[in-house]
Design a protein. Structure first.
Length: 136
């Protein structure tokens, strides 16, 4: 479990981020149904990530980073910014999704312009954190 839960967790957030990226490209090309499917897929995988993350935390605890020097400073910067933005991301996604489902598209677009880059940053930094923690 110690081996595969972190990999599963990272895969879920990467799939979420890739789905969001596909959704962004789709909406830029006016492919609304592809956009909708991709964004809902990204949301589901982000929710699955959260469930697995909490489960992993309660079962395995926290893995401490063992690097030293400037690499540790880089790690901590990435971890802190990731954590703060990931915490903000949950409510942002819910509001963005609610506005889309209510067909409030101008309000949806306004908040989506904030939500999208944060979501992508959280997905990418999640993978970086995993790679730094597990020595990849």
């Amino acid at each position: 479990m110690e081996r595969w839960l972190p990999i599963l967790n990272t895969a879920l957030i990467v799939i979420s981020g890739l789905s969001v990226l596909v959704g962004y490209v789709a909406i830029r090309r006016h492919r609304i149904e592809v956009h909708r499917t991709a964004m809902l897929t990204g949301t589901v995988f982000a929710a699955l990530f959260l469930v697995v993350y909490v489960l992993r935390y309660f079962l395995l605890g926290t893995k401490l980073y063992t690097g030293e020097g400037w690499v540790r400073i880089v790690y901590l910067f990435i971890l802190i910014s990731h954590t703060i933005l990931a915490t903000a991301l949950g409510p942002l996604v819910l509001v963005t999704l609610a506005r889309a489902l209510r067909r409030q598209f101008s309000r949806h677009r306004a908040i989506a312009r904030i939500t999208l880059p944060i979501w992508l940053y959280v997905a990418v930094t999640g993978w970086i954190i995993y790679a730094m923690l597990y020595g990849l």
